[in-house]
Design a protein around this ligand. Sequence first.
Ligand SMILES: [Zn+2]
Length: 116
Amino acid sequence: MAKYLDIRKDLERQRAAILEEAGGVLTNRPDVPAFPDVSDQASAEVDQNFSMRIRDRERKLLKKIDEALDRMNDATYGICEQCGATIPYKRLKARPVTTLCIACKTAQEEEERARR
Ligand SMILES: [Zn+2]
């Protein structure tokens, strides 16, 4: 999937930025040993702090980024999941986590509007 190489880099950079922001407090603490002898309770606390630092919106985006990277790995990236059309590179570059071509996205939005 060499043609999506720079989009993959964009996704990985975005992913790293989200994780860094979320985990920065933990990884920047020099008093945390590499193999901490912590009780389950303490590590659960760390997990909770970590997930609390990732806001809901970021968690959703992170999931979309991971899914996009997965699709790159199994060579289904850039294919509309509705109609199977190839999504134009320009659209992928602008919105790398999209799974729909413009026609299907427009149809979906119209459907959502009609339902309201
Ligand atoms: Zn489509």
